[in-house]
Design a protein around this ligand. Structure first.
Ligand code: DAH
Length: 348
């Protein structure tokens, strides 16, 4: 009796299994066999009324039937899991094929040089300060002792913003105008107002000037500003710091020279030139590399520092200029065209 019933259930499972396609169908079907009211469960309940002497044989039969049924269920479940996995993976792929573009990306050549310069100054105790590309006339000019009739303040030379523009994240001193910063020197002022000496910062960033683009000019370019303010900072500190930078960047035999110049925010002011026997084609020439000088007492006064107690030096250089020398690029415009054939050459 029990054996017949068991055979019927096995046959049913065998039959039904081939039409089960999803996990829901599977669970549902399984419950009709081995669930609390399942067919197999019901048969097992009959064990109670089996005479004692028959129990071992019937028990064995039941176990065999359970094993058989489980085999079928396991097979169906494995098939269902395979289908589920494939649908998660999507269409078949061949993992041995190369990816459509397997080249690694890299930093833009200007960013590479920027990071190299930052790293050199970082090693001698300078940290990075950042300003905003949108600035106000006060931080860009007035606080730097640049007079109101200076040509840079002319509408023809700088990008001034409409009078009614308000920027919450760029503080104004008074009611002055906003403009796109013409140099990173504005970060000197923001830092001097925010921090107490000793201050040792480099400030990299993008600057803007109205300019007709040619091989060496671009309306959009990058600078790195440097500032060191403390007690007893002298011209010797300026010269030795910049010598270190030039030698590390352009070769250990590089020589530097300071030529007298003028910037409203430094006194005395210089242009620094260098030449380096390690520069191949350029090795016989003195090349101008940056403006620099001792921070003008007027600037210290403006930020509330006593110039009898404090002194400092500052410098500013164009990143493109350094990049062009180091990378042998003869037209600044290449840096902005995003031509992958150009950029790829700097992938490291
Ligand atoms: N801001 C100047 C420029 O854009 C560069 C410069 C010159 C920065 C001398 C300095 C400096 O900090 O001391 O032409």
């Amino acid at each position: 009796m029990i054996e017949e019933k068991l055979n019927t259930v096995i046959a049913l499972v065998e039959n039904e299994c081939s039409s089960i396609k999803t996990r829901v169908e599977f669970e549902h079907f399984k419950a009709t066999i081995s669930g609390p009211k399942g067919k197999l469960t019901e048969i097992m309940k009959l064990m109670g009324s089996v005479p004692k002497e028959d129990k071992p044989t019937v028990g064995k039969k039941i176990n065999e039937a359970k094993g058989e049924i489980q085999k079928h269920l396991d097979r169906v479940l494995t098939e269902i899991e395979e289908v589920e996995l494939l649908s998660r993976l999507g269409p078949p792929i061949d993992p041995t094929l190369p990816s459509p573009d397997s080249s690694k990306g890299c930093l833009h050549p200007i960013a590479q040089v920027r990071d190299q310069v930052i790293d050199l100054f970082h090693r001698i105790g300078f940290s990075v300060a950042e300003g905003t590309e949108l600035e106000t006339e006060y931080y860009c000019f007035d606080a730097l002792n640049i007079p109101s009739d200076h040509p840079a303040r002319d509408m023809q030379d700088s990008y001034f913003m409409p009078e009614d523009l308000q920027m919450d994240n760029v503080s104004k001193k008074n009611q002055e105008r906003y403009l796109l910063r013409t140099h990173t020197s504005s970060v000197q002022i923001r830092t001097l107002l925010d921090e107490k000496p000793p201050i040792r910062i480099v400030a990299p960033g993008r600057c803007f000037r109205r300019d007709t683009p040619d091989a060496t000019h671009s309306a959009n370019f990058h600078q790195i500003e440097g500032l060191y303010v403390d007690k007893d900072v002298t011209l010797v500190d300026l010269k030795s710091t910049l010598d270190y930078f030039v030698k590390k960047t352009f070769g250990s035999s590089a020589k530097t020279r300071l030529r007298p110049s003028f910037f409203p925010f430094t006194e005395p002011s210089f242009e620094m030139d260098f030449y380096s026997p390690d520069l191949g084609k350029l090795s016989h020439k003195w090349l101008e590399i940056m403006g620099c000088g001792m921070v003008d007492p007027e600037v210290l006064k403006e930020v509330g520092l006593d110039s009898d107690q404090y002194s400092g030096f500052a410098f500013g250089m164009g990143i493109e200029r350094i990049a062009m020398i180091l990378q042998g690029v003869d037209d600044i415009r290449y840096y902005y065209q995003n031509d992958i054939r150009f950029l790829r050459q700097f992938s490291v």
